[in-house]
Design a binder for this molecule. Structure first.
Ligand code: SAM
Ligand code: SF4
Length: 315
């Protein structure tokens, strides 16, 4: 939706790289809602069923609910999800729900105000995110919370977050810190692996494994025994899942990426703005997807090309 954000999470947009002098995408290069809708409609005709709006921070895009309504009207689209840092969610939840949004994923890396403030790089308050989650649920939107776990930063928040999610009956996913982009100073030592996260959780809770809800499910999931609440871990570093990946990412400026770890996307804007018909766009999408052979997570370490940033690709 946008490469801009109102946070500067250190693992995604560290302030040293994304400070006041950073050149964000010029407005003219960003796809309009009509251009996004057109690509989504063509995608739907090729079998796309789920859409996810992300960024950057998608709620910085003015009138996002108008886009949601346009996408919800496309034949074949079953689900429209939003990934957000939640800061502006309380304000937009009602309009998004009315426009036809299906669900919300909110990033919540810590409940402790000091840890949360340090991680988000701006001192933004966790209470605003929690208020956003409450508002979304009040307007009937199912909410999932995502927490990236980084060693030496927030592994002490794993159990408090899990306790909170259980008490609130919110689905929670822990995500291994990934080597996306080039500016978050990733090193393997900072990854808290799925096995370690699971050991922490099993030391506190009684968990029952759940089988994948659908093909290409990225999280391993558990249910709290005797309860509805579900918890999961996305082990993209320690247990990569490239082979099952069915995601296609469209950047705010119209580049199509077949892998989160790619260096380059395929620029669709010249076609979109150069008068290409739907048939040509459909063939282009089809051929790009058919030709994909990305296996980055499984080959980690064998490739050295610079990778695109997470705030550009959307996660
Ligand atoms: N701004 C929105 C948000 O934070 O939810 C949407 C965009 S953000 C890039 C999407 C997701 O990517 C967030 O859940 C964020 O925590 C996650 N993310 C960003 N950088 C990451 C990294 N290096 N490793 C793992 N997850 C990351
Ligand atoms: Fe912004 Fe989301 Fe990246 Fe944090 S993770 S800096 S909220 S885009």
């Amino acid at each position: 939706m946008t490469d801009r954000c109102n946070l500067r999470c250190r693992y995604c947009m560290p302030i040293e790289e994304f400070g006041p002098g950073h050149a964000f995408l010029p407005r003219a290069e960003i796809l309009s809602f009509e251009e996004i809708e057109r690509l989504a409609r063509i995608g739907a005709s090729l079998g796309v069923r789920k859409l996810r709006l992300t960024g950057g921070e998608p709620l910085l895009r003015r009138d996002l609910e108008d886009l949601v309504a346009m996408l919800a009207a496309i034949d074949g689209i079953d689900e429209i999800a939003l990934t957000t840092n939640g800061l502006l969610l309380a304000h937009h939840a009602e309009a998004l729900a009315l426009a036809g949004l299906s669900r919300v994923t909110v990033s919540l890396d810590a409940l402790d105000p000091a840890v949360f403030g340090r991680m988000n790089g701006t001192g933004a308050k966790v209470g605003r995110v929690l208020a956003g989650i409450s508002a979304a649920r009040a307007f009937g939107l199912p909410v999932k919370a995502n927490a990236v776990v980084q060693r030496g930063v927030n592994e002490g928040q794993v159990l408090p977050l899990a306790e909170w999610a259980l008490a609130e009956q919110v689905t929670l996913r822990f995500i291994e810190f990934m080597d996306v982009g080039e500016c978050n100073a990733w090193d393997r030592g900072q990854v808290v692996g799925a096995a370690e996260i699971l050991a922490m959780l099993e030391g506190r809770f009684e968990l029952e494994p759940l089988s994948p809800a659908h093909p290409g499910e990225t999280a391993r999931r558990w249910r709290h025994r005797g309860r509805e609440a579900e918890i999961g871990i996305i082990a993209s570093v320690s247990q990569p899942f490239c082979r099952d990946c069915s995601r296609l990412r469209l950047s705010a400026d119209g580049h199509l990426f077949t892998c989160l770890f790619a260096s380059h996307g395929h620029d669709l804007r010249p076609l979109l703005r150069g008068g290409a018909g739907d048939d040509l766009l459909r063939r282009t999408l089809h051929d790009l997807w058919s030709a994909r052979s990305d296996r980055y997570s499984e080959q980690r370490g064998d490739t050295h090309a610079p990778k695109a940033e997470m705030s550009y690709l959307g996660g």
